[in-house]
Write a protein that binds this ligand. Structure first.
Ligand code: DAH
Length: 360
């Protein structure tokens, strides 16, 4: 006859000794599993006489229940201990400063933001956005824009030239975005309505000039485009860009080889204390160059100036950024100082839109 008391003590001791859920489970299987010691004892009941059965049945059942209860109780203890241990490793110090979320840590550079603002406004007016290469040939940067080699304006642009190339074409860092006008007119037939934002390069350095800066070119070519359209487009853009209800504009006669007539445009402004308000007032600020596309430029891309005409303009992106957001020194734009970027930059999710607000 098996020593049931001894067996029970032995199993209970194993249960007590189990220090994780897995060893407890192993103990359970070895006692109560299909082939466990207690189960084997239960099976032996079948071969017993009725008297023996009567005696052993309740004993074995009692044994099984007590072992079961001991396992359940131990399981509970182990679960709690595991939770306590986990909580101990996951303490939260509520006095620590908050972590900056990834989308709040970096900043969008004001140039990138204004680039987006300008593209958004012109897109709304039906203008496509074009790009051209930073390294240009003399042909696109000068010749095709009505600046033949002898033209004095060519010398005035402080051009960075590249070393001579095998193909004999003189290359340079484009001095303005105007070559994109030529590339566009070669690529596509009128009607044309494009803007071309991009980097441009000139050998110049002071608080308002850097060797690399940004412009946005505009070009409209159609059969009936005239200066009234030009004025409306610029006025609509400037109102939208500076987020004001009206802007006073002054068109001054000027000279650019690629436009005839050419104009420089000033916006009305007012200085109130340290603040510069764009739109109204008795002061003027020069803001862009524009004009009707010179017939020679149209001829250079095989467009008949007796059929087509159009207008173009060039705006300094850096300059309108400084005016809109009040930066005093252009050179800081390119210093890569994170304190400056934190102060003047934009959050990654502040995507400019006409409906959601450009700068809010
Ligand atoms: N390309 C000129 C510059 O960099 C700016 C300009 C003036 C562009 C008049 C134009 C224009 O398209 O019509 O100084």
């Amino acid at each position: 006859m098996t020593d049931l008391v001894g067996l029970e003590n032995q199993i209970i001791a194993q249960i007590d000794a189990a220090n994780d859920e897995q060893s407890l489970e192993e103990t359970r299987v070895s006692a109560l599993g299909k082939k466990g010691v207690v189960s084997e004892q239960m099976k032996s009941l079948g071969k017993m006489s009725p008297e023996e059965k009567k005696e052993m049945g309740p004993k074995l059942n009692g044994l099984k229940e007590r072992i079961n209860a001991a396992i359940v109780a131990k399981k509970d203890i182990l679960k709690r201990a595991a939770l306590e241990a986990k909580l101990a490793t996951e303490t939260v110090d509520v006095t620590l400063p908050l972590k900056t979320a990834a989308q709040d840590a970096g900043r969008i550079h004001p140039i990138s933001q204004v680039w987006e603002e300008v593209t958004t406004i012109f897109a709304q007016m039906g203008f496509a956005s074009k790009e051209g290469p930073d390294i240009e040939t003399e042909y696109y940067n000068f010749d095709a824009l009505n600046m033949p080699p002898s033209h004095p304006a060519r010398q005035m642009m402080d051009t960075f030239f590249l070393n001579d190339q095998e193909d004999g074409k003189k290359r340079l860092l484009r001095t303005h975005t105007s070559p994109v006008q030529i590339r566009t007119m070669i690529d596509q037939a009128p009607p044309i309505r494009i803007i071309a934002p991009g980097r441009v390069y000139r050998c110049d350095y002071d608080p308002t000039h850097t060797p690399m800066f940004h412009q946005v070119e505009g070009l409209v070519i159609d059969k009936g485009s005239h200066m009234g359209h030009l004025k409306w487009v610029l006025e609509t853009f400037l109102k939208s860009f500076f987020e004001v209800d009206s802007v006073k504009l002054r068109f001054r006669p000027s000279y650019f080889p690629f436009t005839e007539p050419s104009m420089e445009v000033d916006v009305g402004c007012q200085r109130v204390g340290n603040e510069l308000r764009i739109g109204e007032g008795d002061d003027w600020l020069e803001i862009l160059g524009c004009g009707m596309v010179n017939p020679n430029v149209l001829r250079s891309v095989d467009l008949d100036p007796d059929v087509y005409q159009g207008f173009a303009w060039g705006i300094g992106i850096d300059r309108i950024t400084m005016l809109k957001y009040g930066m005093p020194d252009l050179r800081a734009f390119f210093d890569g100082d994170t304190r400056w970027a934190k102060h003047y930059g934009f959050k990654a999710l502040d995507v400019p839109s006409l409906t959601g607000g450009l700068s809010r």
